[in-house]
Design a protein around this ligand. Sequence first.
Ligand SMILES: Nc1nc2c(ncn2[C@@H]2O[C@H](COP(=O)(O)OP(=O)(O)OP(=O)(O)O)[C@@H](O)[C@H]2O)c(=O)[nH]1
Ligand SMILES: [Mg+2]
Length: 319
Amino acid sequence: MSYIRKNAKDGLVDIKVVGIGGGGINVLNTLIKMGLENADFIAMDTDAEKLASSLASKKILIGENIFGVDSNVEGPFIGEQAAKESYGDIAEAIRGADMVIILACMGGNTGTGAAPIVASCAREIGALTFSITAKPLSLEGTKRCNTADEGMDILKKQADVSIIVVNERVWSIIDDNATTNDVFVFANVAISQIVRSITNYTKPSDIINMDFACMRSMLKGTGRAIIGMGEAIGENAILTATKNAMEPFGGECMQDAGVILMNVMGNTPNLMDLREASEVVREAAYRKAEIICNVVEDKTMDDKVIVTLLATKFGDDID
Ligand SMILES: Nc1nc2c(ncn2[C@@H]2O[C@H](COP(=O)(O)OP(=O)(O)OP(=O)(O)O)[C@@H](O)[C@H]2O)c(=O)[nH]1
Ligand SMILES: [Mg+2]
């Protein structure tokens, strides 16, 4: 059965971006400041003060009644119970979404426990569900890191596509003297860029347009995903940007993906350049991989080209 878009009448994919817990709300604030067209922003937390700092138009205080009632509720179980208690409000906030993008930083109580519940709610309403999470720094302690790992394993089973940003790795690419706050700020910009790239796949195009129903069927339940982004200007900009986008994949990783989505954004993309770039991706990929390319013309971009590669469906899922 093919998927019928709920708001297909205006041609736009209904995108809801949900920030959960302190870190999730910080990431969402960064994204809102950077700007994202045609998306609704929803913030959720058990912490009313943190929630008040959110720039999202919709805010949900989850689990208002669980505190003080049951002293056995601790750790991520708090977030889980809170989201279960507020399930009706969560379902109402994401109602009608074609795509739900969940943002949470793992290792604490709220984001770790609530994100899988929000993801299962999103899948229940039939939305293509992404989770983008940040993993704690090792200096925050083994317990927090283990809590994050357990939470991410649970979340991976609920979201269709899961992307993990490792805060520690961010630290290794910025200044050694950076504070933890510098790391978080940098990571939040990176996560916001990932959200923007994902939503680019849904933009209509006159050149090559990946229909949302096709994107949805390719990505449903594919699991772990890796995203690479590259920019370039001038001659062969698409090819150069594509090679830059392939860098984070390193080694053999690209060969292990069963699905690769390529998105090219630029002012009047050159079709010869596009063909060459997509050939480079095809050569690097597993020979049976499903590869699909979406091209978005953006007249405001002068001669800059941005290429995003999303690789998913790794390992055992492919035969
Ligand atoms: N990238 C990034 N990571 C963050 C940020 N804030 C916190 N973190 C990470 O996320 C982990 C969880 O922190 P929070 O998001 O504040 O926790 P919470 O979900 O609000 O959970 P509780 O406050 O315990 O209920 C921390 O251990 C940090 O590693 C942020 O702004 N950006
Ligand atoms: Mg918190």
